[in-house]
Design a protein around this ligand. Structure first.
Ligand SMILES: [Ca+2]
Length: 250
């Protein structure tokens, strides 16, 4: 199956909206999805879409720390896909830039349930030295919901040791942390902020889950919205069946 690699970035530019769409190896379905995303995002509303990818080939894709920071997320280096990856450093201790946390209020907002997104897949690595307890979190009317943590450990400062991780965002796999009434549907049906952060067992959340104060660097690439494995398998079967029918009719 030809996998579309598309990347749409929608960013606010002072008083007006700037929209960019960078597309690699695009097929018709990817073009349709991207066009649809642009149409849906006219104005200040953004819509997450199944199979969307942040590949950081043209920048940070709207991932920010919010407050002024000496070490904000940057697009740099060569990632697993041959283009830049996203790097976010935290210094530990206290003050600006001490905590490992960043968020996105643009292309990762919207309706995950209607879009059929059941997991976020990403490539992750670290130059250390501190261990990262990597989590994703989502905010909406129902409050903050977070995934479990995956430990990202660096055993070799010269090698970020990239690995592919999949974080389920299905109801039984997200935990209500704070704010709202704890309704999964109210948050995941209209996500207003997605966060990627290092969080241990003690989580405190205001407008942002604060993240752990650690001395570390988090590397990310190919952040991708994916369906349930069973749905994906069904898509594959349908695609092969369609292909087989076309061959028979020739
Ligand atoms: Ca990349």
């Amino acid at each position: 199956m030809h996998r579309a690699q598309s990347y749409c970035l929608h960013g606010l530019n002072s008083a007006r909206i700037a929209k960019m769409c960078y597309i690699k190896h695009m097929n018709i379905h990817a073009l349709a999805r991207c066009t649809c995303a642009i149409l849906l995002t006219t104005g200040t509303t953004y819509a997450v879409t199944l199979f969307q990818v942040d590949d950081f080939s043209i920048g940070t894709a709207g991932w920010v720390e919010g407050n002024p920071s000496p070490n904000p997320p940057i697009a740099t280096g060569i990632g697993t896909d041959g283009s830049a990856f996203l790097r976010n450093d935290s210094s530990g201790g206290g003050g600006p830039g001490s905590r490992m946390a960043m968020f996105n209020d643009l292309q990762w907002t919207g309706d995950y349930i209607e879009s059929g997104i059941s997991a976020i897949q990403l490539e992750a690595g670290t130059f250390g030295p501190d261990t990262i307890n990597l989590r994703l979190a989502f905010n909406g009317a129902g409050g903050w919901f977070t995934t479990d943590a995956v430990q990202i450990i660096n055993n070799d400062p010269a090698d970020p040791q990239w690995q592919t991780l999949i974080f389920s965002v299905m109801p039984g796999d997200l935990t209500h942390v704070s704010q709202g009434n704890g309704s999964y549907a109210e948050t995941m049906g209209n996500v207003t902020r997605m966060e990627i952060y290092s969080g241990g067992n003690s989580l405190s959340a205001g407008s942002l889950i604060r993240g752990e104060a650690i001395n570390s660097s988090l590397l990310l690439d190919q952040i991708r919205a994916i369906p349930e494995p069973s749905s994906f398998a069904l898509l594959m079967i349908t695609a092969f069946a369609t292909l087989a029918r076309r061959k028979r009719t020739r």
